[in-house]
Design a protein around this ligand. Structure first.
Ligand SMILES: C[S@@+](CC[C@H](N)C(=O)[O-])C[C@H]1O[C@@H](n2cnc3c(N)ncnc32)[C@H](O)[C@@H]1O
Length: 204
């Protein structure tokens, strides 16, 4: 187990991660029950990783993120070390350098609305080889349905993303299901999560 009180005060911190980690765990625990190695794309602060690794001791949780995020991410992993939490690896979905074995589980939270749409398409192209032939895929975040926001707060969030960068924005669930299907991942469940988020569970 880890102890938050011993963490350096300057480590990047997300209150949202603390709020959503338990509801997410309740979905990914059964989804990843048979997985041995889960690759997380866009680990961010690493708060999800340290919690999920401690709660899912049967598997190895492999963090990754764009190189610029790695020093702080790695600092958290060192402070909250666990034997199933190896050093985070550099992974920018736009690049193609990756020599790690394919993972039988892939997790990504709050990344698809940050990536520009061509990068989202690339995410699924890369996923074809990042993931094993038989694998579970869990994607957490806000999604639209039939082009509609599911809440006023999601609409506001989308507008704030687009102010930051017009290429960012909440994606249509149907478009994500189609990209996943093109590489053999079928939607198993679309879970409603707190704060108008969803957790999409796919298998292939
Ligand atoms: C909003 S943060 C989410 C972080 C964390 N998963 C969470 O839920 O708090 C978005 C993450 O997507 C990652 N990301 C954005 N573009 C990426 C890319 N091209 N390749 C890999 N990761 C990317 C960022 O580096 C960042 O860690």
């Amino acid at each position: 187990m880890y102890n938050n009180s011993q963490l350096p005060a300057d480590l990047p911190y997300s209150q949202a991660c603390e709020n959503n980690k338990k509801p997410i765990l309740s979905v990914i625990k059964p989804a990843f029950a048979r997985c041995k190695r889960v690759l997380e794309v866009g680990s961010g602060t690493g708060q999800h990783a340290v919690y999920f690794a401690s709660e899912l001791p049967h598997l190895l949780w492999q963090c990754s993120d764009q190189p610029a995020y790695l020093p702080d991410l790695q600092r958290r992993l060192q402070h909250q070390a666990a034997s199933n939490l190896p050093a985070a690896l550099p992974l920018d979905i736009r690049q193609s350098d990756w020599s790690e074995p394919a993972a039988d589980g892939v997790f990504s939270a709050n990344t698809l609305h940050i990536m520009a749409w061509p990068v989202v398409q690339r995410f699924f192209q890369r996923l074809d080889s990042l993931a094993a032939r038989q694998a579970e895929l869990c994607i957490y975040g806000p999604f639209n349905y039939q082009g509609e926001f599911t809440s006023q707060s999601n609409h506001q969030f989308h507008l704030s993303l687009q102010q930051r960068d017009p290429a960012m924005g909440i994606r249509d669930q149907e478009a994500i299901v189609e990209l996943a299907s093109a590489i053999g991942f079928q939607l198993q469940a679309d879970h409603s999560m707190p704060a108008n988020n969803r957790l999409l569970h796919f298998s292939r």
